[in-house]
Ligand binder design. Structure first.
Ligand SMILES: [Zn+2]
Length: 113
């Protein structure tokens, strides 16, 4: 499962932070997952406890932020949040857009003790 290896990578990253902070364990971890990241949130939530087993995140609460697609239009210069998979400006319908967000897959914050 793709999400399991992603979860494992995330745990590794979190463990490094805990190490640097000399923290005992994480009590809560917030992960941002963009709509265009290709990560299935359900599958990720399912995989997380398996990946966290035996780590300092084993008992941490997982909070997932489902991040929208954010684009800036090159024509009308407005920002919008188009629905996946139609990446167009929702104001004028232009496809001349720049992607500002939606590919995220990272730890947003972590509560440690
Ligand atoms: Zn536009």
């Amino acid at each position: 499962m793709h999400e399991l290896s992603l979860a494992c990578r995330l745990i590794e990253e979190a463990e490094k932070v805990l190490e640097a902070e000399q923290a005992g364990r994480a009590t809560c971890v917030t992960v941002g997952i963009g709509k265009l990241s290709g990560v299935e949130i359900d599958a990720f939530e399912f995989a997380f406890p398996m990946a966290a087993k035996g780590s300092r995140l084993e008992t941490a609460t997982l909070v997932v932020h489902d991040l929208p697609i954010r684009v800036q239009c090159r024509i009308c210069e407005k920002e919008s949040n188009p629905d996946f998979p139609r990446c167009v400006c929702t104001h004028c319908g232009s496809e001349e857009i720049e992607l500002l967000g939606g590919r995220e897959f990272n730890i947003e914050s972590m509560e440690i003790e």
